[in-house]
Design a protein around this ligand. Structure first.
Ligand code: ATP
Length: 247
């Protein structure tokens, strides 16, 4: 199954669409979404999470249509989403907040509580499970957001800048986590960090001004970089070439 946008138009204001008749099928396999500030990555992921609805067109996962009323509940249960901004829920502990996210996705209270433990362990937040979530640092809160996206074991996991603000150790933990999800979920990640892409992702989509300028396998993406560019700079060079229209 894949996430598919069909003839999708969406704008926050009338007459200035962020996405204009976009048709895009995300590649299967873990995919990284790149693009300049304001390109529409968060908007694309919010539509994919069914947090926003397209003005026209459809967003689908398999046979489910995110905006069709009879599909919406099932669609949302299949999707896990880390939004760009995570809000602590006042008064809740870290574990309660993760469990609450699971309960909102349809898990029983008991199951949500149990699964929250595992999700917090995966993002290495177990030690802070009893801390109030509003007391977390920015990077810790982001990791709680990742745990919330994982807690109900979604098939499609959309993560908006999951590594922004994470220290290098935690970025490594995140890389391992995405690897562990292979075979159980498809993960789509938006990021501005181009190092290590080849270690984590199988496919790349580059969005520029609401339109995909590249969609394909990571190897094909890296091969867009000039041959003289060193391995660790190839993703950045390929990206810069694409958004400047040089390749
Ligand atoms: N809530 C909003 N109200 C009005 N306009 C918005 C809102 N959110 C985003 N936009 C506009 O929509 C466009 C796409 O924004 P979006 O956040 O999807 O881009 P992005 O690619 O995720 O950017 P970044 O890399 O900076 O996070 C931008 O022009 C932005 O100004």
């Amino acid at each position: 199954m894949s996430l598919r946008y069909t003839d999708c138009t969406f704008g926050y204001r009338a007459r200035t669409p962020v996405l204009d008749s976009l048709t895009l099928e995300l590649p299967t396999g873990h995919t990284v979404l790149l693009g300049p500030n304001g390109a529409g990555k968060s908007t694309l992921l919010s539509l994919g999470a069914s947090a926003l609805a397209p003005k026209t067109g459809r967003v689908g996962w398999g046979s489910l249509d995110s905006a069709r009323s009879r599909d919406r509940g099932e669609y949302r249960r299949r999707v896990g989403w880390l939004p760009q901004r995570i809000e602590p829920v006042p008064g809740l502990t870290v574990r309660e907040q993760a469990a609450y996210a699971g309960w909102l996705k349809g898990l029983s209270k008991r199951r949500a509580w149990d699964r929250a433990v595992r999700a917090l362990d995966r993002v290495r937040l177990s030690e802070l499970a009893d801390r109030r979530s509003h007391e977390l640092s920015g990077g810790q809160l982001r990791r709680l957001g990742i745990a919330q996206a994982l807690v109900h074991r979604a098939e499609l996991i959309l993560l908006d800048e999951p590594t922004a603000g994470l220290d290098p150790v935690q970025r490594g933990v995140f890389r391992d986590l995405v690897g562990e999800l292979s075979g159980t979920a498809q993960v789509i990640v938006s990021t501005h960090q181009t190092e290590d892409l080849a270690d984590v992702y199988e496919a790349v989509v580059v969005l520029d001004r609401g339109a995909p300028v590249f969609r394909g396998a990571i190897g094909d993406f890296l091969s867009l970089a000039p041959p003289e560019v060193a391995a660790e700079r190839r993703a950045e060079a390929a990206y810069r070439g694409l958004v400047r229209g040089e390749v």
